[in-house]
Ligand binder design. Structure first.
Ligand code: SIN
Length: 272
C-alpha cells in the first residue's frame, strides 16, 4: 500500500492522506518514520483521532513515551483552569527543541487539535534545522563544528518573565543545565543545528560574541524557506521530528480555549 504524500514547502513539511484504519494498522510505519526524518513535519488534516487512537498511532511509530507524571496524553494549553502547570508552557512561544535537558531527547511529538482560537491565532511554527545546517557556507560549518553550548530550562524564563523572583529562578534552575554540541552529528551521517531558547551561551566564548552567534544562527534557521507555519483546524494531527526541527506556538489568548493533545515517541539517539 503506498502513501499519498504532497510536499507543502521544498525544505519542510508534507501533507499525508491516509485513512485512520491504515494509519492505526501500522502498515505505513516505516514509510512514515523515513518521511518524518526527511521532511521534518507531517500533517494529517482533520484526521480526527480520539485520544486512544492517537496513543495507538503513536505506538506504531516507535516506543511510546508517557509524560513524567505517567499520563499518556498531555493537554497543551495556556489556560491554568485546564492544566494547572500551564505556565510552564509560556516557553513554548519561543523557538525550542523538546528535551534539551535530557540525555536522549524525544524522537517525535504528535499534536492534535481539539479546540482552536476563535480569532484564528495560535498557529504552530516549525523550522528545519537539518536544512538550515545544510545551507550554511563551508566556512561557517567548519567554525561551528566543534562548538559546545550550555542549555538551561531557566534561560527560557527570561523570555517571558524578565524579572523573575529569586524563588521562581531557583525552581527553574533545579531542572538543571546541560552542555550540548551546536552541531548534532546524527547516526545517519546527517547534521542539524541544536538551538532554541534553552541555549544560554557558547562554552569558552566571550558572552557578547556568544549571544551574537546564537541569535545569528536562530535568525538563519528560522528564515521563511526553512519554516512551516500550521494554522489549526479541529481534528488536525501534526507530527514533528524533534531531532531535526525547532518549533514554537504563535501568541494566543490563554482564555481562548485553544487546546491541543500531545503524545510522544521515545528518543532513540543522544545529542552527539
Ligand atoms: C509545544 O511547544 O509543544 C506546543 C506548541 C503549541 O502550543 O503550538
Amino acid at each position: 500500500m503506498t502513501l499519498s504524500v504532497a510536499d507543502i514547502k521544498p525544505n519542510i513539511a508534507s501533507e499525508v492522506a491516509a485513512s485512520k484504519a491504515e494509519l492505526l494498522s501500522g502498515v505505513h510505519s516505516e514509510a512514515l518514520r523515513e518521511l518524518l526524518e526527511h521532511r521534518g513535519v507531517l500533517v494529517f488534516p482533520q484526521i480526527g483521532f480520539s485520544d486512544d487512537e492517537q496513543v495507538e498511532f503513536t505506538r506504531t511509530l516507535g516506543t511510546f513515551a508517557p509524560e513524567r507524571t505517567g499520563e499518556q496524553v498531555y493537554s497543551v494549553t495556556l489556560d491554568t483552569n485546564i492544566n494547572e502547570l500551564a505556565d510552564y508552557l509560556l516557553g513554548s512561544l519561543y523557538w525550542h527543541i523538546d528535551g534539551t535537558m535530557n540525555d536522549v531527547p524525544i524522537r517525535a511529538s504528535l499534536l492534535s487539535s481539539k479546540v482552536v482560537c476563535p480569532d484564528g491565532s495560535g498557529d504552530t511554527e516549525f523550522a528545519n534545522t537539518y536544512a538550515a545546517y545544510d545551507a550554511l557556507d563551508g566556512a561557517d560549518k567548519q567554525a561551528l563544528e566543534s562548538l559546545r553550548v550550555m542549555h538551561a530550562a531557566w534561560n527560557t524564563l527570561f523570555y517571558y518573565e524578565p524579572e523573575p523572583s529569586f524563588t521562581t529562578l531557583r525552581t527553574m534552575m533545579a531542572i538543571g543545565d546541560r552542555e550540548l554540541p551546536l552541531v548534532w552529528n546524527h547516526r545517519s551521517g546527517r547534521k542539524s543545528l541544536v538551538l532554541g531558547c534553552t541555549a544560554r551561551h557558547v562554552v569558552d566564548m566571550d558572552f557578547r560574541r556568544s549571544v551574537e552567534l546564537l541569535v545569528r544562527l536562530r535568525d538563519w534557521a528560522t528564515r521563511p524557506e526553512f519554516v512551516y507555519r500550521h494554522t489549526w483546524s479541529v481534528g488536525d494531527l501534526v507530527i514533528w521530528d524533534n531531532t531535526g526541527t525547532m518549533h514554537r506556538a504563535t501568541p494566543y489568548d490563554p482564555a481562548s480555549g485553544r487546546l491541543l493533545h500531545r503524545t510522544k515517541v521515545e528518543g532513540e539517539e543522544a545529542f552527539h
